[in-house]
Design a binder for this molecule. Structure first.
Ligand code: TZP
Length: 233
């Protein structure tokens, strides 16, 4: 079964990166700017506080018709009626998560190599987020960034959508999409933006224009079947 990934800009939360502004206010601004998928990450929160944020963002994302995914916690996903989970390398495997969540919920998987992308697809993930593609302060401990070639290779070897993460800023969207990425997953580009609504709208505008200009031939013959071109709403 294919669960449609109908978004191209995936906002991942980190309440420490909002410059002191309340996370829900910044996320709402981004939603008002057009973001249609949000992942609650907040890995350092105790369970009950994490649940409270999940409830708050579930209600916000519903109001804007956006997908809402929960990092790692399947229990919280089910408790708040989220659209899916985002799994890390140390989370439950996709196959176990699918048994718990059923056929309709989305399962995204973080990947740090092309091999992990292929494995995630084999296990039944609906999409993967591959990175860090560029240098980004929070992931320096992971060594050198993967670079755009990793996106290109992953997209040519997997049929599920691949999102680029790590240091993706507005001016890099064009080259990321031309490397056959379905879209981009971002933290700082939106959460640190002085005007997150404007930043989201600009990112979506850039995504839209690059994607409509990108043809199969212009992405170096990379297999294009996984790319959802009907994402513009
Ligand atoms: N996984 C790989 S890079 C990264 C995560 C969570 C951080 C992305 O943050 P930013 O600010 O968009 O570079």
């Amino acid at each position: 079964m294919t669960r449609r990934i109908d978004f191209n800009l995936y906002l991942v939360t980190d309440r420490h990166q909002t410059g002191g502004r309340p996370l829900d206010r910044v996320v709402e601004e981004a939603l008002a700017g057009g973001v249609r998928a949000v992942q609650l990450r907040e890995k350092d929160l105790p369970t009950r506080e994490f649940l409270r944020w999940a409830e708050k963002l579930r209600s916000l994302t519903s109001r804007y018709g956006a997908r809402f995914l929960i990092n790692d916690r399947l229990d919280v996903c089910l408790a708040v009626g989220a659209d899916g989970v985002h799994l890390r390398a140390d989370s439950l495997p996709v196959s176990a998560a699918r048994k718990i969540l059923g056929p309709d919920r989305l399962i995204g998987q973080s990947a740090h190599s092309v091999l992990e992308v292929i494995k995630a697809e084999r296990e039944g993930a609906d999409f993967v987020v591959l990175g860090p593609i560029y240098d980004t302060p929070s992931k320096r401990s992971m060594g050198r960034p993967l670079g755009l070639s990793a996106i290109r290779t992953a997209a040519s070897q997997a049929s599920i959508p691949v999102f680029a993460i790590g240091g993706v800023r507005l001016e890099r969207i064009s080259e990321v999409i031309q490397s056959s990425s379905q879209g981009v997953a971002v933290i700082s580009a939106l959460l640190q933006a002085p005007d997150p609504r404007e930043a989201a709208a600009s990112a979506l505008c850039e995504l839209k224009s690059v994607r409509s200009a990108t043809t199969v031939s212009s992405v170096d013959g990379v297999r294009d079947s996984a790319i959802d071109r009907s994402w513009v709403r």
